[in-house]
Design a protein around this ligand. Structure first.
Ligand SMILES: *Cc1c(COP(=O)(O)O)cnc(C)c1O
Length: 413
């Protein structure tokens, strides 16, 4: 029997322990210190340009502080890509503001610049005020049409917070994703391109912006001999131990990205002759995805073994598992779910010891956002109905990919 193959498990370089040991030996077991400074400097070199980087406790914290720094507050609206993980939009709510969802274009699967402009005009017409920020996302590592998004944002003078949590090292027109807008979000959660166990970073436009983010990330302390507070802050700084893991990971960051891309090449080669299944790839040479997760779409007409019985049993092991789900599902079905052939394929792969996962369910179809304004064109909902994420991480071997495609083909009827 095959070892279970996961989507994207963390993979250590071996250098991490050296940095962690140094932190213990020098007694820097706190949320600042030499590893934090070193990690920030290495990230700054990695993203290039004249940007500054602040290491934080999570990508979610980075989104939160970026929005705060853009002046988002109670009663404001923020335009967020609907096709994303919840951490792009939840921090808008933390700030008492309202996420307004914008759908994707079919090429990159990310924020549709035309729909974005329609949304801005309509929000101004309806509320008399401009949205306070725009949050495009690099879903699965694929660059967005960020040049067009920036042009729209500049036309209306609205700051852009790029959610590059999944797009670490991806490039558009040769420039690193996360360095186009005012702020860029990175995540080092355990399943991302590189990990610090849990952590994130915010790419900032300059040293003054970095100072401001650090101020809010360390409880907004004023420089007095005693605790003096004139603003509300957060405990969001990265610990020196986590940053040590990050420094070890930076030694393999380029190798990880190359590995994800190599797996994409192999998926392309092996899936080339398989009817009804299409791999999502760079739409043109302007896009250089890191292929954090390789994703496929299943033609609705494709038949998969067991599809007649899809959704009859609850997902096993979801609650209490490694994914951190703690709430049991109330029902087997919802009013917006992947097609039966997708669920049957997921189940077939699962039985073969292969983890796969539906594409992220659009935020505008999430019950928690049922009342939020949305500007939709059907693209993200249609992708959600048809798509699956396949194992793509540094622990996935080329033999694993051959086995995965073999099981995919075997499940087709
Ligand atoms: C993972 C992720 C985040 C949040 O990062 P955490 O470090 O897990 O808080 C934000 N946005 C997207 C799109 C993500 O995938």
């Amino acid at each position: 029997m095959h070892n279970r193959i996961y989507l994207c498990l963390a993979h250590m370089s071996g250098e991490e322990q050296k940095f962690i040991k140094e932190a213990f030996d020098t007694n820097w077991v706190v949320p600042l210190g030499p590893n934090v400074n070193g990690f920030e400097e290495e990230l700054k070199q990695f993203v290039g340009g004249d940007r500054e980087v602040v290491a934080l406790s999570s990508g979610t914290a980075a989104v939160h502080l970026a929005l705060l720094a853009c002046g988002v507050g109670p009663g404001d609206e923020v335009l967020v890509q609907s096709f994303t993980f919840c951490a792009s939009s939840h921090p808008v709510v933390y700030l008492g503001a309202t996420p307004v969802f914008v759908d994707s274009e079919a090429e990159s699967w990310n924020m549709d610049p035309q729909l974005l402009e329609e949304a801005i005009r309509d929000r101004i017409a309806k509320t008399g005020r401009k949205p306070k920020a725009i949050v495009p996302v690099y879903l699965y590592g694929m660059p967005a049409r960020i040049d067009e998004i920036m042009a729209v944002a500049e036309r209306y003078d609205i700051p852009v917070v790029e959610d590059a949590a999944e797009g670490f090292g991806s490039r558009y027109d040769g420039r690193v994703c996360g360095t186009f807008g005012r702020y860029g979000v990175l995540s080092f959660n355990g399943n991302k391109m590189i990990t610090t166990s849990g952590g994130g970073a915010l790419i900032c436009p300059d040293a003054a912006a970095k100072q401001r983010i650090m101020f809010y990330a360390t409880q907004a302390r004023e420089a007095y001999p005693y605790y003096q507070h004139e603003h509300i802050g957060y405990n969001y700084r990265m610990s020196n131990i986590c940053a040590g893991i990050g420094r070890g990971q930076m030694t393999v960051a380029d190798a990880h990205i190359a590995h994800h891309r190599r797996l994409c090449d192999l998926y392309r080669e092996l899936l080339a002759g398989v009817d009804g299944i299409s791999l999502h790839e760079n739409p043109s040479p302007r896009y250089e995805s890191n292929y954090w997760l390789n994703t496929i779409l299943l033609d609705p007409a494709l038949h998969v073994a067991g599809e007649a019985h899809a959704y009859e049993t609850a997902v096993q092991g979801a609650v209490g598992g490694a994914a951190g789900v703690t709430h049991a599902a109330a029902t087997l079905r919802t009013d917006c779910e992947p097609n039966r052939n997708v669920e049957a394929m997921r189940t077939a792969l699962d039985a073969a010891g292969i983890e796969s996962r539906p594409l992220w369910k659009p935020m505008h179809r999430q019950p928690v956002y049922a009342a939020n304004p949305r500007y939709v064109n059907g693209v993200s909902e249609s992708l959600f109905a048809r798509g699956l994420c396949l194992p793509s991480g540094p622990c996935v071997s080329e033999d694993d990919v051959r086995y995965i495609v073999e099981r995919i083909v075997a499940a087709i009827r």
